[in-house]
Design a protein around this ligand. Structure first.
Ligand code: NAI
Length: 344
């Protein structure tokens, strides 16, 4: 019997504990064995340990190199800085990979959307470098470096090549931010030269929003700096049924943290009504990262069957089932797959 996978689990807050619990149950139902090292972070951790990110959590990720994470709330306009951003920076998780793909039978404006957003994860306005210059005037620094821009462009093109994607678009605002976004674009153009089989395009970010809503099929892989990636991901989530459905992987050289695109959704927390699909798709990405393609396919099959039968869907996608019932349905529907594909 192979040894269990040791995974760091961060349940998060708001709907985090509900959706991550659903993912843990589904992962364990694949037949693989897991040992979970579970830690709180954020406001709850501060109350308990006097630290927003307990050092035991950092040590756990250093040890396991793989974490499954629920959302963590960040206070607006004051209070502590984002734990999510801090973890990405601490572990140099420079690439945020966000596949946007329809599941069957969710009514959406566009069927069969299949896009990938590659978001630079360590800099831009997320640098957190803000200060009050004089009362009534604040300055927020947008950091763009050649190193990080080249690294993320390389990631996007490598992903495109390995997955037979045809196009990569760099998204920017270099008409206004000539130096910072200009550097990002120059790095993307340089990397594009190494991939002649992939069509390279550039779109200004505001135009991209309009183009996406008019015709999402014109895009394939989109690479962009941190803030644009944050905003465009939520827009693209609407193509596939909303935030309850879109996963992400924060990837670096030494470790990976898998978390949904959505936040802690305080408006629906604690009611067992959140859709756990996004975090289940994170679990699926995590299994692929671990090389467990067959188990990943079981989860995909379980999800697709649950959506096809439509009996146990959560409210955000037109059903009445709770988070835990949805997970039960996925577990019931999981079958041993015939062939492995990389389709989501
Ligand atoms: P949100 O993503 O939490 O919620 C936006 C809307 O989508 C809400 O109406 C919510 O009910 C709905 N929604 C989100 N996830 C859902 C799910 N699984 N099932 C059904 N409906 C779902 O965004 P919001 O309200 O802007 O942020 C709330 C908190 O989450 C903030 O403190 C924010 O900082 C934090 N956040 C954390 C993230 C992370 O941990 N990676 C990412 C985004 C936000």
């Amino acid at each position: 019997m192979p040894p269990p996978y040791r995974i760091t689990l961060i349940p998060g807050d708001g709907i985090g504990p509900e959706v991550t619990q659903a993912a843990v149950r589904v992962l364990e139902a694949t037949g693989l064995k897991f040992e979970w090292e579970s830690f709180r972070a954020g406001a709850e951790a501060y109350e308990k340990y006097g630290e927003y990110i307990p050092k035991e959590l950092i040590e756990s990720i250093e040890r396991t190199r793989v974490a499954l994470k629920g959302p963590i709330s960040t206070p607006i306009g004051g209070g502590f800085s984002s734990i999510n951003v801090a973890l990405r920076r601490k572990f140099e998780l420079y690439a945020n990979f966000r596949p946007i793909k329809n599941l069957p039978h969710i009514p959406t404006r566009y069927p069969d959307v299949d896009l990938v957003i590659v978001r630079e994860n360590t800099e831009s306005l997320y640098s957190g470098l803000e200060h009050e210059v004089v009362p009534g005037v604040v300055e927020s620094l947008k950091i763009i470096t050649e190193k990080a821009s080249t690294r993320i462009a390389r990631f996007a093109f490598e992903y495109a090549r390995k997955n037979h994607r045809r196009k990569v678009h760099a998204i920017h605002k270099a008409n206004i931010m000539k130096l910072s976004d200009g550097l990002f674009l120059r790095c993307s153009r340089n990397i594009a030269k190494d991939y002649p089989e992939i069509t390279y395009g550039e779109h200004i970010v505001d135009n991209t929003c309009m183009q996406l809503v008019m015709n999402p099929y014109q895009y394939d892989v989109l690479v962009m700096e941190n803030l644009y990636g944050d905003i465009i991901s939520d827009l693209c989530a609407a193509f596939v049924g909303g935030l309850g459905l879109v996963p992400s992987a924060n990837l670096g050289e030494s470790c990976a943290i898998f978390e949904a695109v959505h936040g802690s959704a305080p408006d629906i927390a604690g009611k067992n009504i959140a859709n756990p699909t996004a975090v289940l798709r994170c679990a699926l990405l995590m299994l692929r990262h671990l090389g467990e393609d067959e188990a990943a396919l079981k989860i995909r099959n379980g999800l697709e069957k649950t959506y096809r039968t439509r009996e146990k869907l959560t409210r955000d996608v037109g059903g009445q089932a709770g988070t835990s019932e949805f997970a039960d349905s996925v577990i019931e529907a999981m079958e041993v797959p015939a062939t492995a594909t990389q389709s989501d």
